[in-house]
Design a protein around this ligand. Sequence first.
Ligand SMILES: *Cc1c(COP(=O)(O)O)cnc(C)c1O
Length: 478
Amino acid sequence: MEQDEYDKEPPTPMERTRLPPNGIPRSALFSELVATERDDANWRDGRTWSLTYHLSDEHADLLTDVYRHFFSANGLSPAAFPSLRKFEAEVLAMLATLMRGGPRAAGSMTSGGTESILLAVKAHRDSWRSKQPRRRAHSVPEMVVPTSAHPAFAKAATYLDVRPVFVGVDETFRADLNAATEAISDVTICLVGSAPCYPYGVVDPIADLGSLALEAEIGLHVDACLGGMLLPFIERLGYSVPPFDLSVPGVSSVSVDLHKYGYAAKGASAVLYCERALHEHQFFAFGTWPGGLYGSPTMLGTRPGGIIASAWASLMSIGDSGYLDLARATMETTELIKAGILAIPGMSILGHPTMSVFAFAPDGQNVFSIARRLQADGWRIDTQRQPDSIHLIVTPHHRKAVHRFLEDLRGAAVAERCSPLPEKANEAALLYGVTTVMPAAADEDVEAFIRSHLSSTYSIDGRNAKGRNDGRTHGDAR
Ligand SMILES: *Cc1c(COP(=O)(O)O)cnc(C)c1O
């Protein structure tokens, strides 16, 4: 195995720049799809630890059939498609019950966790402004965000002109309460907590953050994108789950992804509020368009009916006992993996993760070298910094992969101990995969560096289309 395996250039260079002169027949089209997919991450065999949440082929077939049935339906018009309105309302009502939202709860289905978070920040910003419209119209609002919170909050802050005030985590990787207390100012619109956060899988001290929010008369958004469809079930199984939902005093909104542990088709999440008044600040209304009165609850205009209907179908077909069984399988698989990791000399797990998301690190060994070896064995490995570690999200689908993974991890650790791979300079953590290298110069603007990678990764001229994992070719572009 060689380092090159981990750094290999993405294949499938782009070839077409024009429409085919005549349409390609279905069979040829599918051959090309399958051929193009060849180098994708192998999620089918459980060799990815993020990005996909596959339950079973049977479940995927059901969702696809429902999607097909509502393929043309558009959630933009509840009047034209009352069916979709009913599905969405029922999905939200079921989620509100899971999140113990009470009779005044409200919310929307969205296209993903990021949209749920963007909308929650907008609702809090506009609600805050509406309370003292004159005084607050021109001040820059602030939001208190733990460094462990998902980047979607930073994205929301950028898009919505809210200044994020970052606070660190304590020694157990939970949001630092004292720092949060001190970060609140007279222009703070809300606090943020995660249940759990992505990097460490720990639930922030939501009850304490809620007290802070009440005291300061501001909102508290709980990001339960990962945990919303799992924590309520593992709690019923007897696992210890800190309070995190809408029943906690001070919590004003919660995001829950349906396309993660809800096992819905991708493009489905929800944002829930403690009351309708806050939800209303999320809406967009435009009254002077020649095309008529326009109103839209979320960021999208056209809303794919297939996504709404199939998310509903996922909840309905799995049901309460199904999610409970899945939660049990998820936790059993997680415990198997954790025990196997801890049995390898020098390995430890960061903090005390609440559910099936966690990070681990080898003592005194280079995490990135171990990740590179695993990558060469056919695994897609997410690494992270602060501290250097490997990140796993476990689903029941991983049951069949557990033993191979632990064997390969053990092998990688032993091999690395015997003959360490040469360390790479400027190695960056690979999460969603923009790049694996850091800027060469310490004083270089990291965000400009990332943007230049995005620009080449997403270029359509074909020549630069291979930039994903390789920083070296972009020296001149910067
Ligand atoms: C996945 C995730 C998000 C963002 O969700 P997307 O669906 O990727 O937009 C936000 N917060 C947490 C904790 C997540 O795991």
